[in-house]
Design a protein around this ligand. Structure first.
Ligand SMILES: [Zn+2]
Length: 388
């Protein structure tokens, strides 16, 4: 018997730039000592003590919420993070590990003080060697690596002649590009041809591109396949462009599910999971007619229009009301085959442990546990390169 959690992360503090930590609205001084504590056991205890007890006048109310997240991320090695993850599950559970490339998060060249993507990936493959079938790594592709580099990576890691243990592709457009970036056209063609699953981040928030000052150039509409749906959307939302202040405002446009019409009308068989169901706020607002481009409604439209569009319940499962809406969708004969179970460990640790989140979710969706954790993930993960 299998059990798949199709959405987890094990990258740790050494894998992320300062921009990612301050993205969580942590002050610079705290980011610095968190990073320093990774290599010193005695300092780690002190830092965790600080994070759990920062007084409110130093931003403590916000920081204290993230104590459990820092406790996981501060591990020196990614396999220690993986150990923490699996401690919440039975021995037969298997995990999609989404690697993350933060090297272009702040512009064309990566910051200097963290392990760049190559090192992170190397370490994840070490974890894979140690834990075998229990770990299903996804390769991160960023179009700013350049089209040739993207294709070289794909041909290497998804070589039909030699299994390198890679199960799929991860995209994260809010780090600074649109899903219809011209350098991704051949990536999608390759993925579609081999039925390789793609998971892309699809709820508001999370990591956002920020180079100190927003670069307007990256917001211009330059698509490998402009469609009416996507261009109507962009025309509307890019209109108030100069008024945006927060980098997350831009990020929410770059990764909006409406931008996938350009991709899917060209590659209608593409197997792609628009993760997080659009987020629990959008799930709960999906019947509001004033919310014109509701994320959840858009994702569900795409799932109906294109055979291999999926979503997952990761992160949104922290909200019981949203989970009850998922229960309603499970009685829909199209949607119920394309919803995947995932948690988004360890982004969810400020809410609860994976063990309790999973138990709580399946109290609501008990009747659909098989479909969500076995049948649907098996269909999603099966490619010409990899059989789960
Ligand atoms: Zn995630």
């Amino acid at each position: 018997m299998n059990f798949f959690n199709t959405h987890t992360h094990i990258f740790n503090v050494p894998c992320v730039p300062d921009a990612f930590i301050t993205n969580y609205r942590f002050p610079q001084w705290l980011s610095k000592i968190i990073r320093a504590a990774v290599n010193k056991k005695w300092l780690r205890k002190i830092v965790l003590g600080i994070v759990k007890n920062v007084p409110s006048f130093l931003g403590g109310t916000h920081i204290r919420r993230y104590a459990a997240l820092v406790e996981v991320a501060i591990h020196k090695y990614q396999d220690q993070v993986f150990e923490t993850l699996i401690s919440h599950y039975p021995a037969h559970a298997r995990f999609v590990i989404l690697t993350m490339n933060f090297d272009f998060m702040t512009g064309d060249a990566p910051e200097g003080n963290y392990n760049h993507y190559e090192t992170q990936l190397h370490e994840v493959l070490e974890v894979k060697r140690k834990y075998g079938e229990r770990i299903l790594p996804f390769l991160f592709i960023d179009p700013r690596m350049g089209e040739e580099a993207c294709m070289r990576q794909l041909h290497f890691y998804f070589d039909p002649a030699q299994n390198r243990g890679m199960a799929g592709i991860k995209l994260y457009p809010s780090l600074g590009y649109y899903p219809f970036h011209p350098a991704l056209e051949r990536v999608y063609a390759f993925a579609e041809e081999h039925a390789i699953p793609i998971i892309t981040h699809s709820n508001k928030g999370g990591g956002a591109y920020f180079a100190g000052r927003f670069n307007q150039r990256i917001m211009s509409y330059n698509s490998f396949n402009p469609t009416k749906e996507t261009s109507d959307f962009l025309n509307k939302v890019l209109n108030p462009f100069p008024d945006f202040k927060d980098p997350r405002d831009y990020a929410n446009i770059m990764m909006h599910p409406m931008t996938y019409y350009d991709v899917l009308q060209k590659f209608p068989k593409l197997k792609i999971c628009l993760a997080h169901y659009g987020g629990h706020e959008e799930i709960l607002d999906q019947d509001n007619p004033k919310n014109t481009y509701n994320w959840t409604r858009t994702i569900k439209d795409l799932m109906r229009q294109f055979t291999n569009v999926y979503t997952d319940v990761s992160f949104m499962l922290v909200n019981d009301k949203a989970s009850k809406r998922v229960l309603t969708d499970m009685s829909d004969n199209t949607l119920n085959k394309k919803i995947l179970f995932g948690t988004d460990f360890f982004m969810t640790t400020p809410y609860d442990t994976d063990k309790r989140l999973t138990e709580n979710f399946f109290r609501i969706l008990a009747a659909h546990e098989q479909a969500l954790t076995v049948q649907n993930p098996t269909a999603f993960l099966t490619s010409r390169i990899f059989k789960p």
